[in-house]
Design a protein around this ligand. Structure first.
Ligand SMILES: C[S@@+](CC[C@H](N)C(=O)[O-])C[C@H]1O[C@@H](n2cnc3c(N)ncnc32)[C@H](O)[C@@H]1O
Length: 340
């Protein structure tokens, strides 16, 4: 079993690890989260507020469980991931669901035009991305002005006692239980634990969303902060992300211009990382098209998977970043429901 290095999170290692756990990924999730993953999923879906006709990008969609929860509300979902194993499992499970398109994509180089989606979301994926800030900037880029970006991710429990027990569980129980369900998965779950421990707490992730140019950033803790739901909105007048704004004037690009780094993942992907398969959707190969992959109907999927959720709530106010996008609210809002 591949166990990625937590400091580098090299794309080939992370995608290989998910390829290997893909057949039992959802079962493992349910067991290891003691059913809470379904409750977290419900809260995430509510935060995205999917509606019929909306186009939503679900990046790091894995087997499409998160996408199916959105499609169940009538939204067209582009389920993007860079693990062929997870995508294959998703296509198999959701075969026939015309509202979900599975597309190969790297979160750091999305193969979509600017302003392609009404909303973008990532559940339990951002932590695995080698350059998470870049992935957030990409999400902000492909979402239309006024649209929302929602991130569900493991976070920092709000109480020391819960944090202590949770850390022990993740370090000692989780890899063993995972190993019983899938003998090869123990190593993967050791990596997952390490990645959770090294992931920033709620306030820092909120600051990253602002850095990506999102406004009205807020978060909500679920199950005492074991998971946090962050959301932000793309400003009506899109600002430049902080990283770009900080460049010398002659290097700064207009916000509407697609940067070179945002070239389609498919075009840049090393051959070893992603073998060509027949199931690769046309959308990933036609990056210049304006419409999101969802409109292009790849080998699609069916059946919305169930998801439910609950969550303890706790929100905190955040400070504004130094470079606040024009028109953004002066301080972070908190919203108990995580939605607007
Ligand atoms: C823990 S799974 C989450 C799947 C799904 N969102 C869910 O909620 O069940 C994480 C997924 O992130 C994907 N992933 C990690 N880094 C990625 C990247 N840079 N680009 C695209 N997908 C990525 C992995 O392949 C994996 O399928």
């Amino acid at each position: 079993m591949t166990r990625p290095d937590t400091t580098t999170k090299h794309a080939t290692d992370v995608s290989a690890m998910f390829d290997e756990v893909s057949p039992k990924y959802d079962l493992l999730n349910d067991v290891l989260s003691v059913g809470n993953s379904r409750l977290w999923r419900l809260a995430t879906t509510r935060a995205i507020a999917p509606r019929k006709g909306m186009r939503i990008l679900d990046i790091a969609a894995g087997t499409g469980t998160s996408s199916a929860a959105l499609a169940a509300h009538g939204a067209h979902v582009t389920a993007a991931d860079f693990s062929e194993g997870m995508l294959a499992e998703g296509r198999r499970r959701h075969a026939g669901n015309d509202l979900i398109d599975f597309v190969w994509a790297d979160a750091t180089q999305l193969p979509f035009e600017d302003d392609s989606f009404d909303a973008a979301t990532i559940s339990y994926g951002l932590r695995n991305v080698s350059e998470p800030k870049r992935a957030l900037a990409e999400m902000a880029r492909v979402v239309k002005p006024g649209g929302r970006v929602v991130v569900a991710e493991f976070s920092r429990p709000t109480s020391d006692a819960v944090n202590w027990a949770y850390t022990k569980y993740n370090r000692h129980v989780l890899p063993r239980v995972a190993g019983v369900i899938n003998r090869d998965a123990a190593e993967a779950y050791k990596y997952l634990n390490e990645s959770i421990e090294s992931w920033p707490a709620q306030a820092e992730l909120a600051a990253w969303l602002r850095e990506a140019g999102l406004e009205r950033v807020a978060y909500r803790n679920l199950t005492l902060g074991i998971v946090a739901l962050h959301r932000g909105f793309v400003p009506r007048a899109k600002p430049q992300p902080v990283a770009e704004a900080a460049r010398p004037a002659d290097e700064t690009k207009p916000a509407t211009k697609k940067p070179a780094a945002k070239k389609p993942a498919a075009a840049k992907k090393p051959a070893a990382q992603k073998p060509a398969t027949e199931s690769k959707p046309a959308a990933a190969k036609k990056p210049t098209a304006k419409k999101p992959a969802a409109a292009k109907k790849p080998a699609a999927a069916k059946k919305p998977a169930a998801s439910a959720d609950t969550a303890a709530k706790s929100a905190e106010q955040q400070k504004q970043p130094k470079q606040q996008p024009k028109g953004a609210t002066p301080k972070t809002e908190t919203n108990e429901r995580g939605t607007e």
